[in-house]
Every structure is written in structure tokens, then in C-alpha cells.
Design a protein around this ligand. Structure first.
Ligand code: NG1
Length: 467
């Protein structure tokens, strides 16, 4: 039996639907039981951070561009109790999948092997320790993220960022470190580089700053703030259109290529900037290239890219052309260009530049109630991810096609980094259940892979759940 106290606290987070809240209550109680079993009985605190679905704006964040994510009601939960030493004992309610780990908090925590789940918690602990500038107390922690409440891992729904965010929240709170939301979001974005990818700010920002029933239009370009190390970001809530739902389908394709390909894409974008800077030295990020900024039509911007950027290049070719000058080397100080990698610069830049325009057009379409236009922009975003960014795969393209073939679907696109992961479809509310059933069945029949999906519900941003 779950106490009324817990029910009431959880209804405030997850909404009033009895079944859902009841299930969450058992999940919270089970996590607390696990902590008592592994670390002994005693008081503990709950923290949660949601995963997200990005509605449009892919691979734009690290180019200082625009994104439009929305937090899900699927989250990572931590139940935590502070310790008097700096040790962190970390357990998971799914121990076979996520084995127990122990480490000591310091300003330089040695990482576990690549891909280990504890690295996200270490990333958070190290970043909070550095921000605090003093020794931190460790904690006994149990993490909980099993289906249907958790964020499906490796699906492009930001389970990893949710884990980083919730761990940072917990370490800050258990050490009485007051971090404003924006500071926490920035800290978490940089913290996650610890795991080896040079991601942008989208996932951690939406996990922390989300509001229920709203997506967030986030401008990922830092603006001057009170201090040079505390920039501001512009963001606007985007009300979700009544009468429509977002339905998510997991391709169940392992995202093996994501880690290596992600960093290649970051490099391709930076090479694009370096080449464009030879013509316009004011350019620092692909965000600076737009029809408005250049006073050109979109067609003229694309023609300019054709003129200035090579379809493909290599480190050696760039060195011969003396593109790799001091300025560019400085941009790559944290990053190595590989000898044997072909960088397909023009089409990558075309994706980012057109995607930024699509995000702003989506915001305008939704504000005007033009749901057909928003659906069409999602479809165009998928094509661009697939053809220009080459971040899709046959299974994900199939899922998007299966969605579009259903009555009631206005648009569908790959969401998250890509190379597998999920497709998000924008669907008339009364068709959502049918679309979910039809697409999952057809996908399973066509691929032999598990066809799983769900209708999204939105949730508020990360925080402590006081019970
Ligand atoms: P996912 O799909 O969660 O791996 C990654 C990046 C985002 C963003 C998207 C692509 C991290 C933590 N997340 O998200 O910042 O660049 O890809 O739009 O690196």
C-alpha cells in the first residue's frame, strides 16, 4: 500500500490520473525499499529529472541555433541519502542492466569504461564539486528508470541527460549548494562532455526548465549576462495545440554509430564555419548564416553554400588550402580532425541552416494554429536529417513513412541525435491510439524488431519531490 502522502505529492508532478499516479507511487516506494535493503533504513530524499522529445531543431544546439523540445512524463528518479564521507554508492532497481558502482567525489573523478551508466553520475558529481569549490559529501543512491515510467535508454529521448541532471540536483541539494535553474542547466550541459560527446545544451535545459503542457523554443546562442561566465539564453514557451498529440515510436535500432558520428558532425559544422569566415570574418557559428542575417532569399543562401563549401574534404586538404590556420586550430583546441575521415561539409551546413529556419517557422505556424504547416515542416526536417545530415537509417526512415501513411498524421520525423532512436509523429488526438497500434504492428512485421511506442504526456522540469 502506498501512503496518501506520496499519492498527493506525486499527483502534483504527474497529474491526477489515478492509475498513473498509483503506479508511480509503487515505483517511488520500491526505490525507497531498495535503498533500505542495500544501504540500511533511514530518511532519504527523492529527486527526478524528465527525458524529452525534441519536436523540431536537430543538431542545431551546438551550432548556437534554435530547438523546440518538450519534457516527457517519463523520468529518472533518484532516492538519496547523504553520507559523512565523499563516497558515492550507486545502485539501480535494474541491477542486471545497470550494476552497482562506487566512487569518491573529487574535482577529477576517473571515468568508468566508455558507455558505463555511472559515468553520467560521475559527470554530475565532478561538475558540482568544481562549482562548489569545496569538498562535498557523498551519498547512498538508488536510481530508478524502468518502463513504463523511466526514459527509454539509447532512444534519443535523453535518458542520459536526465540521469546527469537528476544526479547534479541531488548532489547540490544534499550539500546545501543553492544553484539557480539556469546555472544548473549550464553546469549539466558542460558536465556531460565528460562522457566523450560534444553535445549542445538542449537536453539538460529542457529537463530543468520545462513547464507542463508547453514545449520550449530555446535559442541556444549565449547572450551577454551579468558575468562573462553566466550568459543568458532567450527562450519562449510554446503552447501545444489542442486536439493533437505527439506519438513516439522507438525503432529499437542500437545507436552504435551515434558516439563516433556525432563528433564527426560537430567537426563538419566547425569546418563549415572556418570556410565561411574567410568570406565573412564575423561568423562564429552556423547560426550566423540565415536569409535574414545575410539579407538574401533562402535560395540565394543555399547557392552561397554551394559556392563556398566543398561537398567533401579532409584534414589534409584543409591544411593544404591553409584553412587550418591559427584561428581554426584554436576552434579545434578541444577536438582533433582525423586523418582518414572524409568531412561532408556542404550538406551538413545546409541541414543546420535550413533546420534553424524550420524551427522559427514552426513556432510561427503553431502560434497561428496552422497545424498542417507544422506537420509539413516536421516532414521536411526528417528529409534533411536523412539526406543532408545522414543521421537516419533505413528502419527510422521506414517508421517515418509508416506514420505518414496513416490517417490523422500531419507529420513525422526522427527525434534526437539519430542513427536509430525514435520517430515522433504529430497526430490528431482522436487518431492517436489507432496510429500507435497500426504503426507498431506494421513496423514489427516489416523488420522483426520490437515495435514499441507511446502517446506523449508532458511534465514539469526536474526537481526534488518532497513527500
Ligand atoms: P540525444 O538524442 O539525447 O543523444 C544529442 C545531444 C543534443 C543535440 C541532439 C541532436 C547530448 C547530451 N545531446 O541528443 O544536445 O545535439 O543530439 O539535436 O549530447
Amino acid at each position: 500500500m502506498v501512503g496518501d502522502w506520496l499519492e498527493a505529492a506525486l499527483a502534483a508532478v504527474y497529474g491526477e490520473q489515478g492509475v498513473w499516479t498509483g503506479g508511480q507511487g509503487r515505483r517511488y516506494a520500491a526505490a525507497l525499499d531498495a535503498l533500505s535493503a542495500w544501504a540500511g533504513p533511514g530518511p532519504a530524499r527523492f529527486f527526478r529529472a524528465p527525458g524529452r522529445v525534441n519536436l523540431i531543431g536537430e543538431h542545431t544546439d551546438y551550432n548556437h541555433g534554435y530547438v523546440m523540445p518538450m519534457a516527457l512524463d517519463k523520468d529518472i528518479l533518484l532516492v538519496a541519502r547523504p553520507r559523512s564521507d565523499a563516497v558515492v554508492n550507486l545502485w539501480n532497481v535494474e541491477p542486471e542492466r545497470f550494476p552497482a558502482r562506487t566512487f569518491v567525489i573529487s574535482a577529477e573523478i576517473p571515468p568508468s569504461p566508455l558507455g558505463d551508466w555511472a559515468n553520467y553520475v560521475k559527470a554530475a558529481a565532478q561538475a558540482v564539486r568544481r562549482a562548489a569549490g569545496r569538498e562535498l559529501r557523498g551519498a547512498d543512491i538508488v536510481a530508478s528508470g524502468p518502463a513504463p515510467w523511466g526514459v527509454p535508454p539509447a532512444a534519443g529521448l535523453s535518458s542520459s541527460s536526465a540521469l546527469t541532471v537528476v544526479a547534479a540536483l541531488a548532489f547540490a541539494a544534499l550539500n546545501d549548494l543553492a544553484l539557480p535553474k539556469l546555472a544548473l542547466a549550464r553546469l549539466c550541459s558542460e558536465a556531460e562532455w565528460y562522457v566523450g560527446t560534444r553535445g549542445g545544451i538542449m537536453d539538460q535545459f529542457i529537463s530543468i526548465l520545462a513547464e507542463r503542457d508547453r514545449a520550449l523554443l530555446l535559442d541556444c546562442r549565449p547572450q551577454p549576462g551579468e558575468r562573462p561566465d553566466a550568459p543568458r539564453y532567450e527562450m519562449r514557451p510554446v503552447p501545444l495545440p489542442a486536439g493533437y498529440r505527439f506519438v513516439i515510436f522507438n525503432s529499437a535500432v542500437p545507436r552504435e554509430k551515434t558516439k563516433s558520428q556525432f563528433n564527426v558532425r560537430v567537426a563538419e559544422c566547425r569546418i563549415g564555419v572556418a570556410l565561411l569566415r574567410r568570406r565573412s570574418p564575423g561568423i562564429t557559428h552556423l547560426r550566423d548564416i540565415s536569409a535574414e542575417a545575410l539579407g538574401l532569399s533562402q535560395a540565394a543562401v543555399l547557392a552561397l553554400l554551394d559556392d563556398l563549401l566543398p561537398e567533401a574534404t579532409t584534414r589534409q586538404a584543409l591544411a593544404v588550402q591553409r584553412v587550418l590556420d591559427d584561428a581554426l586550430n584554436a576552434m579545434f583546441a578541444d577536438f582533433r580532425l582525423e586523418e582518414d575521415q572524409v568531412y561532408r561539409v556542404r550538406r551538413r551546413c545546409r541541414h543546420v541552416i535550413t533546420e534553424n529556419a524550420r524551427v522559427l517557422a514552426s513556432e510561427a505556424a503553431l502560434a497561428a494554429g496552422d497545424v498542417q504547416r507544422f506537420g509539413a515542416l516536421m516532414n521536411a526536417a526528417h528529409e534533411s536529417m536523412s539526406r543532408d545530415y545522414e543521421a537516419s537509417c533505413p528502419e527510422v526512415d521506414l517508421l517515418a513513412d509508416l506514420c505518414r501513411a496513416c490517417e490523422g498524421v500531419l507529420g513525422a520525423r526522427v527525434t534526437g541525435a539519430g542513427w536509430g532512436g525514435c520517430v515522433v509523429a504529430f497526430v490528431a488526438a482522436d487518431a492517436a491510439a489507432d496510429v500507435l497500434a497500426q504503426v507498431t504492428a506494421r513496423y514489427r512485421a516489416a523488420t522483426g524488431l520490437p515495435g514499441e511506442g507511446f502517446v506523449c504526456a508532458s511534465a514539469p522540469g526536474a526537481g526534488e519531490v518532497t513527500v
